[in-house]
Ligand binder design. Structure first.
Ligand code: ADP
Ligand code: MG
Length: 376
C-alpha cells in the first residue's frame, strides 16, 4: 500500500472521531483529522491534525490529496465541504445524505416522503406559520431548531401559547423551526447499521436508550423489546439507508409511543448508543466505520455479552476527578475517557460499559456504581 492508500481522513475530532481514529490506527491506517479545536480528543491519536475551520479550502484539499477516503464524525459539517473533498477523494457518507440528516426540516420531509411513520409535527418559517403550527400540533409541544441541535440543545418544551411566544420573542433567529407534539414515550430505541458501497447491510442488536434532560444517559443492549418490533425498526433503518444511498455506519433513533414505532432522527455517523459495541460485540461500530470507508468486508456484529453503557457527563467532575477506583474495582466494567480538559456540566467526558449475564444484571451493577460515583 502506498501512503495515500493507507491513510484515512475524518472531519471532526471529538469523541466519535477519537474512537474512529483508534480503530483505524489499530488496523494499520494513518489518520488525518480536521478539527478547528487545538484540544480535539482525536488529535492525540491522529497521525496529523489539521487545526482549521471545516470550510478551509486549503485544508480540505490537503485532506483530499493525502487520504484515500474521508468520513465525518458529526452531522454539522457543511455539506459543501464534503462536496469539495468528493472532487478529489472518496467521501462516505456522501454530502447529499449528510445534508438531509443535518436539517430537521429536510429530514422529517424525507421520512414522510418515504412513508415512514414520524410523530405529529409542523414546520414554521415565520411568526404566522409558528402560531398556525402550534394550533395544528397542539400542546404540550417541543420546538426544535432546524439545524445545529444536539444533546437536547436548541429545543424547548412548551406547555402554553405564552411560553411558545416568549421563546420566539427571546430568540427570533431560531426560525425556521420544527414544532413536534410531545409524545408519551413507552421507550426509546436505536438501530445502528452499516451499509457498504455494494449494498451489503449489517446490524447490531437494537439498543434501548434512557435520556435525562435531552441527553442520552444509559443504553441497554439488547433492547427489551419483542423480536417483531426490533425487526420492524431494523427494516425501517434499512429503508432509510438505501433511500439515502448511504455508505458507512448510520444510526436511527426511534420512539416507541403507545406501542407505535416512530422515527425520531437519523445520525449520519456512529452513535452514542452504539458505544457498547466497543466491548460487547465482535466488531465495534468504529471498526465497521473504518471497514466501510476503506471498502473492506463488514465484520461480524454479533453481541458476545449483554451490556449496559452509562454516559459520564462533566457534572460528575464538580468536586474534581471522580474516584475511578470505584469503577476499576468491578472486573466486568470497561471505562472509556475521552481526554477532554474542560468538564463542563452536560459535556460528554466518557462512558463505562458493564458486561453482564443479562441486561437486568448488568443494569443493576451499572446503576449501583453510578450511584456510588455520585455519592462519593
Ligand atoms: P438531539 O438531536 O439533541 O438528540 P432529539 O430530537 O433526539 O434531539 O431529542 C432529544 C431527546 O428529547 C429525545 O431522545 C427524547 O428523549 C426527547 N424528545 C425529543 N422530541 C420528543 C418528542 N416529540 N416527544 C417526546 N420526547 C421527545
Ligand atoms: Mg437525538
Amino acid at each position: 500500500m502506498n501512503r495515500k492508500e493507507s491513510t484515512l481522513g475524518i472531519l471532526g475530532g471529538g469523541q466519535l472521531g477519537r474512537m474512529f481514529t483508534c480503530a483505524a490506527r489499530t488496523m494499520g491506517y494513518d489518520v488525518v483529522v480536521l478539527d478547528p479545536d487545538p484540544e480535539a480528543p482525536a488529535a492525540h491519536f491522529a497521525t496529523r491534525h489539521l487545526c482549521t475551520p471545516f470550510t478551509d479550502a486549503q485544508a480540505l484539499n490537503d485532506l483530499a490529496r493525502s487520504c484515500s477516503a474521508v468520513t465525518t464524525e458529526f452531522e454539522n459539517v457543511p455539506a459543501s465541504s464534503l462536496d469539495i473533498l468528493a472532487s478529489d477523494t472518496v467521501v462516505r457518507p456522501a454530502a447529499q445524505a449528510v445534508a438531509i440528516a443535518q436539517n430537521r426540516i429536510l429530514e422529517k420531509t424525507f421520512l414522510q416522503e418515504q412513508g415512514i411513520a414520524v410523530g405529529a409535527f409542523s414546520v414554521a418559517r415565520c411568526r404566522e406559520s409558528f402560531r398556525h403550527g402550534l394550533t395544528q400540533v397542539g400542546l404540550p409541544a417541543i420546538i426544535k431548531t432546524s439545524r445545529f441541535g444536539y444533546d437536547g440543545k436548541g429545543q424547548y418544551r412548551v406547555d402554553t401559547l405564552e411560553q411558545a411566544n416568549d421563546i420566539l420573542e427571546r430568540e427570533p433567529a431560531m426560525l425556521p423551526v420544527v414544532i413536534e407534539a410531545l409524545l408519551p414515550l413507552d421507550l426509546e430505541i436505536s438501530v445502528i447499521l452499516a451499509r457498504s458501497a455494494g449494498d451489503e447491510l449489517s446490524f447490531w442488536p437494537v439498543a434501548e436508550n434512557r435520556h435525562s434532560q435531552g441527553i442520552l444517559d444509559v443504553t441497554l443492549a439488547p433492547a427489551r423489546v419483542s423480536g417483531v418490533l426490533a425487526g420492524q425498526a431494523q427494516d425501517t433503518a434499512a429503508t432509510i439507508a438505501r433511500q439515502l444511498d448511504y455508505v458507512g455506519v448510520m444510526a436511527v433513533e426511534f420512539f416507541v409511543s403507545q406501542g407505535r414505532l416512530l422515527v425520531n432522527e437519523i445520525a449520519p455517523r456512529p452513535h452514542n448508543s452504539g458505544h457498547y459495541t466497543l466491548d460487547a460485540c465482535m466488531t465495534s461500530q468504529f471498526e465497521q466505520q473504518v471497514r466501510m470507508l476503506a471498502g473492506l468486508p463488514a465484520g461480524s456484529t454479533e453481541q458476545l455479552r449483554p451490556a449496559v453503557m452509562v454516559n459520564l457527563l462533566g457534572d460528575l467532575w464538580a468536586e474534581g476527578t471522580p474516584p475511578w477506583a470505584l469503577l476499576y474495582a468491578e472486573p466486568t466494567l470497561k471505562l472509556h475517557l475521552y481526554g477532554k480538559q474542560d468538564p463542563r456540566p452536560g459535556r460528554k467526558m466518557g462512558h463505562f460499559t458493564v458486561l453482564g449475564t443479562s441486561v437486568e444484571q448488568a443494569l443493576g451493577t451499572a446503576e449501583k456504581l453510578r450511584h456510588a460515583l455520585r455519592q462519593r
